[in-house]
Design a protein around this ligand. Structure first.
Ligand SMILES: NC(=O)c1ccc[n+]([C@@H]2O[C@H](COP(=O)([O-])OP(=O)(O)OC[C@H]3O[C@@H](n4cnc5c(N)ncnc54)[C@H](O)[C@@H]3O)[C@@H](O)[C@H]2O)c1
Length: 288
């Protein structure tokens, strides 16, 4: 733990909600090479054992652990927090985000799929404006968001084709909604075609990237998504095609899944870490 009060004052004070695949790696980075710039003031997880596991690996921070949201936001440690990192779930984001914003905290959001709910998202936008905070949404498991934002007013067409092993998709409401057994998929099959908003509803834990593409580009209604289940692959593939007056943008990402959560790509973890690093350090910013 840094004892120097000046250093403590200068460091960006953060807190993490969700200590799973993303939250735990982020915490370790904060405690490691970001320790000079970032202080981890608290951890919140509905499974305190997950938070305990993360805490036991830290050397430069000693954050208190919470497993109840009300205790968490009413705690002494929360008062000093400047930036909250959400790496929990869409439900968590929907339940907590507006209260975090009303508490004047900046928030780095990983469960961006929740923003596909237009009612929730409108409330978030209003609260962000009224409370003068920033919401950071990392590019996560895909690439090309920088270019998509730049051309968003001259796009005629955006498609995301996501290919995953059926096991990575198995808990999705899509299978229940369509009375389809995951095990019945024996070969590469296009199982879903629809808008980004429908994709997020059917595969909430898998296609956060669909919502992000929609929000950064031409909207979640107009952005088209295909989901392919392929039992022969172990990676998560995302192929993005954007066509417009500017020309064409084609991005293909072949992601290695995280070792602890096969639904989450390792790139998404690295993207969250890089986003935090960019927020908390001064200097030359590439690709912003
Ligand atoms: N934007 C992207 O590209 C992208 C990529 C991958 C994952 N994600 C999303 O990021 C989030 C985290 O992913 P992960 O792989 O770390 O998940 P994970 O399942 O490995 O970890 C989630 C952690 O959050 C905790 N949690 C769940 N609900 C909670 C709640 N209501 N309150 C507090 N804690 C809660 C869980 O106990 C768990 O420890 C997920 O919503 C996931 O869909 C986004």
């Amino acid at each position: 733990m840094h004892k120097d009060p000046l250093l403590h004052f200068m460091r960006k004070k953060i807190s993490i909600i969700g200590c799973g695949a993303i939250g735990s790696e982020l915490a370790l980075s904060v405690d490691g090479d970001m320790a000079k710039n970032v202080a981890l003031l608290s951890l919140f997880d509905i499974r305190p054992d997950n938070a305990e596991t993360v805490k036991s690996k830290l050397s430069n921070n000693d954050p208190p652990i919470f497993n109840d949201f009300s205790d968490y936001i009413n705690s002494e440690s929360f008062k000093d927090v400047e930036l909250v990192i959400e790496a929990a779930s869409q439900n968590a984001l929907t339940s907590y985000l507006n209260q975090l914003i009303l508490s004047k905290k900046d928030v780095l959001v990983m469960s961006v799929g929740a923003f596909a709910n237009s009612e929730f998202f409108s409330e978030v936008i209003k609260n962000v404006e009224d409370n003068d905070v920033n919401i950071y949404v990392p590019s996560g498991a895909i690439a090309g968001i920088d270019a998509l934002k730049s051309v968003k007013n001259s796009i005629s067409y955006v498609t995301l084709t996501t290919t995953k092993n059926p096991n990575s998709l198995k808990d999705s409401p899509f299978f229940k909604n369509n009375n389809l057994a995951v095990d019945s998929i024996k070969k590469r099959t296009l199982i879903f075609e629809g808008s980004a908003i429908e994709a997020v509803q059917n595969f909430p834990a898998n296609v956060n990237v669909a919502a992000l593409l929609g929000l950064a580009g031409i909207g979640v209604e107009k952005t088209k998504v295909n989901v392919i289940a392929d039992p022969s692959i172990r990676i998560n593939k995302h192929e993005i095609k954007v066509i417009g007056k500017f020309g064409e943008l084609i991005v293909r990402v072949k992601n290695i899944p995280s070792s602890t959560n096969p639904k989450t790509s390792y790139l998404a973890i690295l993207s969250a870490i890089e986003c935090l690093r960019s927020i908390t350090t001064k200097g030359i910013k590439y690709g912003t």
